[in-house]
Design a protein around this ligand. Structure first.
Ligand SMILES: [Zn+2]
Length: 288
């Protein structure tokens, strides 16, 4: 189907991969932080580039690949410590999930356990209740289920209270989203929450907003965070705005391995340029 043509896949496997291999790029100083959302069979509705779901079958295949190829998964907290210490990061992977969908509990957890892998889950505190909440045809975990996955070694982070576009909010309301979610999750789990995941596309060119957001995260007590900016995490990144690598149903093992190895990171440049031009168009701030 022509609408499913993957320019990103073609460039990754036919250009970025051979070039990086000839140059001999090392992965000793970067950690791929994988970004998943839903683990369910509702896939193929959108173009592969925009897909956010991964079927349990494909997810299991990807997790088996990690185990069989000697990858070691750690949570985000350990990853930040390793990055800061200058340790060799070869073969280390972080698996993250955004939103707190119930299919993480029903489908992802058994697969992660089977392969003895760990992960970090970012929940939207306002979407989690004593009974499972259903919003926009998606089911969310209950607090009891969040506590259960936490007891299995899953790190729990915040993904705000209401999954808002934070860069459209007044700073006071941004503070409420950060503090409210942290407080609620800590109350429900009885453990400190240190990590934050920024919802939606990360406004990487809105420098004033990002400085305010960073100060807010720091003063609220967060220690690190992730974004949708594409790339491997390394020492040059702000620890509150670590890049990640999106993974979905359409990542066959060849593309999955290329993403792990940094051979997909080239896409950040065109993505960033597109976002910059779009923000100029919307805000007309190019010449200020
Ligand atoms: Zn989200």
């Amino acid at each position: 189907m022509s609408s499913s043509f993957r320019l990103d896949r073609t460039v990754t496997l036919n250009l970025a991969q051979p070039v990086r291999r000839v140059i001999g790029c090392s992965n000793a100083s970067r950690i791929p932080v994988l970004m998943y959302h839903g683990i369910n069979d509702i896939t193929g509705v959108t173009h592969p580039y925009f897909e956010t779901n991964t079927s349990p079958t494909i997810f299991a295949r990807q997790m088996r690949h990690l185990r069989e190829h000697g990858y070691r998964t750690i949570d985000l907290k350990a990853a930040v410590q390793m990055i800061n210490s200058g340790a060799n990061l070869q073969g280390v992977v972080v698996i993250t999930f955004d939103d707190g969908f119930r299919d993480f509990y029903t489908h992802a957890i058994p697969i992660l356990q089977e392969h003895q892998l760990t992960a970090t889950m970012f929940v939207v505190s306002g979407f989690i209740g004593s009974a499972s909440t259903r919003l926009a045809a998606k089911d969310f975990m209950t607090w009891s289920e969040v506590r259960e996955i936490e007891s299995l070694g899953i790190e729990i982070g915040s993904h705000t209270v209401s999954h808002s576009h934070l860069n459209n909010l007044h700073l006071r309301d941004v503070g409420r989203e950060l503090k409210g979610s942290k407080q609620t999750i800590e109350d429900k789990l009885g453990r400190p929450v240190n990590s934050f995941s920024y919802p939606y596309a990360f406004p990487e060119h809105e420098s004033i907003f990002l400085e305010q957001l960073r100060q807010c995260l720091e003063s609220t007590g967060y220690e690190y965070g992730v974004t949708t900016v594409l790339g491997g995490a390394n020492q040059t990144n702000d620890r509150y705005f670590l890049p990640r690598i999106p993974i979905n149903e359409h990542d066959d093992i060849r593309l999955f391995e290329a993403k792990l190895k940094g051979e997909y990171d080239w896409l950040h440049l065109p993505q960033s340029l597109y976002k910059f031009m779009r923000s100029c168009y919307i805000n007309r701030t190019c010449y200020k």
